[in-house]
Design a protein around this ligand. Structure first.
Ligand code: SOE
Length: 364
């Protein structure tokens, strides 16, 4: 049975997920069939153009009219639109994939998690980096004990689109609308990877910094920046490891530098999104790191694409994410990262913000 799908949002993540749905029939023939049924947005002209390009049958300007009309609802809108449409869809029994961070606040994430608990629908949080083959391979290694006990974790997500003080104000710079700045937008990914690869975060000591505290909107209005440009945090993990986390939107020279390092009793590994097909691995006894190209044999998802060494791109992780999400809908309903994972991340982000305010360690 074909799954009718609606998207709320058609910009960056709308394109990424529409591309994924278009790729699945060709590269993942066992994926459930989907029909791009409705595209939801506010600007009717932009919506009409996006409907055409992204291959949807129809458009709507109010998500309320859509959430119980389809089988699957993708909430790809801005953070301030994550809670209400997602809760409404879950209450209608519609499966949901909600973009990260799950909500601007813990309270909002808790409302989504409660709706997911009360619903039979599959409810996912779109932490796409879990679906990069090299990171799934890293998880296989960690789970198999190849690195021994993980003692130290280092995670960072550096961008530089705000390094120029003249870069315009957008909703991402407002606490009411976004919830947080680099901490929520980028730190959410790193916290999810730490939970995926190693263990839950138990307590944090963090700091947030806003370097440019007002910016001009596109039409010349000066508005305050009420979120962080950068954050850093120390964290204690549930397995006894210690983590150092940071993210920035003002790290000149780093466009989308998402990296993670694990150091264990039997070895270490390093990953960088800038070389997303590679995993650097150092096992006990090796003289140094070896670089593995995770693109062949039984590497995650390799059999769906090309011969070994034919590298993948950023968008392929979103294809894999959609394959797993839609397969869970048709299968056992167990998709990770779930909305509960999204709430767990939100709690860590809130603890980092609280720690910054109180200038002390805060338990999650
Ligand atoms: C921010 O610029 C952003 O688009 C994040 O919102 C995404 O989650 C990240 O994958 C890329 O950068």
């Amino acid at each position: 049975m074909t799954l009718d799908v609606a998207f709320l949002g058609y910009r960056f993540m709308g394109r990424a997920h529409a591309n994924a749905l278009a790729r699945l029939p060709m590269f993942f023939p066992d994926a459930p069939e989907t029909n791009r049924h409705t595209l939801v947005g506010r600007d009717e002209a932009a919506l009409a153009d996006a409907r055409e390009r992204l291959g949807f049958d129809r458009v709507a300007t109010d998500w309320r009219d859509v959430v119980d009309d389809v089988d699957v609802f993708y909430n790809l809108g801005p953070n301030f639109l994550h809670v209400d449409p997602t809760v409404a869809a879950l209450e209608a029994g519609t499966h949901v994939l909600c973009e990260k961070p799950l909500a601007p606040t813990v309270e909002g994430a808790e409302a989504v998690a409660a709706a997911a608990e009360a619903s039979d629908a599959v409810a996912g949080t779109a932490f796409n980096y879990r679906f990069v083959p090299a990171l799934r391979y890293a998880k296989r290694l960690v789970d198999a004990g190849e690195l021994g006990e993980i003692r130290q974790v280092n995670g960072r997500y550096l961008q530089d689109w705000l390094v120029d003080a003249d870069a315009p104000w957008t909703w991402r710079l407002d606490e009411e609308l976004a919830g947080a700045g680099a901490l929520g937008d980028l730190g959410a990914h790193t916290v999810d990877l730490v939970r995926y690869l190693v263990a839950d975060v138990e307590s944090v000591s963090g700091q947030l910094r806003t370097f440019v505290d007002e910016r001009e909107t596109a039409d010349g209005e000066t508005k305050r920046v009420t979120v962080d440009d950068a954050y850093s945090a120390q964290a204690d993990l549930a397995n006894g490891a210690m983590a150092t986390l940071e993210a920035s939107r003002v790290a000149a020279g780093h466009e989308n530098d998402h990296a993670v390092e694990l150091h264990g009793t039997e070895g270490s590994l390093r990953f960088s999104l800038e070389r997303l097909n590679e995993l650097e691995l150092m096992r006990a006894g090796d003289r140094g790191y070896e670089t593995i190209l995770v693109t062949g044999g039984d590497d995650p998802y390799a059999e769906h694409w090309w011969p070994p060494g034919h590298v993948l791109g950023w968008e392929h992780a979103v294809v894999h994410e959609n394959y797993e999400f839609l397969s869970a809908i048709k299968g056992d309903g167990d998709f990770r990262p779930s909305v509960a994972d999204g709430l767990a991340v939100q709690r860590v982000l809130a603890a980092v913000a609280a720690s910054d305010e109180r200038r002390e360690w805060v338990d999650v």
